[in-house]
Design a protein around this ligand. Structure first.
Ligand SMILES: Nc1nc2c(ncn2[C@@H]2O[C@H](COP(=O)(O)OP(=O)(O)OP(=O)(O)O)[C@@H](O)[C@H]2O)c(=O)[nH]1
Ligand SMILES: [Mg+2]
Length: 144
């Protein structure tokens, strides 16, 4: 998604889960507004010590962010289960904030619409590969 938004081959993409460990930061302008995107390690269970450090960084950066785009894989993920994951993430990164203070906006986005069996009904849907849905995503980021 980062690469698609930047229209640049910036972050390493591979079929091997756990590819991103260090964060990859890049700024770009959307509709005249400057956004600083930070791509982080995907959140999953792993025994790899270095990947675990990357995932800790994901949570740290998420807590500091204005908007957290939670990317899911629509080819394997059910929309309701994904909404639940987004709620869990909201709870986790909002944990420990002073009462009344809202955490970052967590925006669930289902990727790989090009190979998804069904179209999500209430979740933003993109294909980073084909460039589909990116305009809707940009609009959503702008009003956030
Ligand atoms: N069909 C399809 N494949 C995609 C799309 N976006 C990414 N992929 C593929 O999904 C795999 C994982 O992509 P990455 O961008 O490395 O995924 P990631 O979420 O950054 O994964 P980690 O860095 O390992 O956490 C690669 O094989 C990509 O080519 C998409 O929109 N459609
Ligand atoms: Mg990655």
């Amino acid at each position: 998604m980062l690469n698609a938004l930047l229209q640049e081959d910036r972050a390493i993409v591979s079929e091997i889960p756990g590819t991103t460990r260090d964060t990859v930061e890049e700024a770009t302008t959307i509709g005249g507004v400057l956004f600083r995107f930070i791509d982080t390690a995907g959140i999953r269970r792993t025994d790899d010590a270095i990947e675990k450090l990357g995932i800790e960084r994901s949570y740290r950066k998420a807590k500091e962010a204005a908007i957290v785009v939670l990317l899911g894989d629509a080819s394997v993920m059910n929309e309701q289960a994904f909404a639940f994951e987004a709620a869990m993430l909201r709870e986790r990164i909002g944990d420990g904030l002073p009462a009344g203070q809202a955490g970052p906006l967590v925006l669930p986005v289902l990727n790989k619409s090009d190979v998804a069996p069904t179209k999500p009904s209430g979740t933003l849907s993109i294909s980073a590969k084909k460039g589909e849905g990116l305009d809707d995503l940009k609009q959503r980021l702008l009003i956030a």
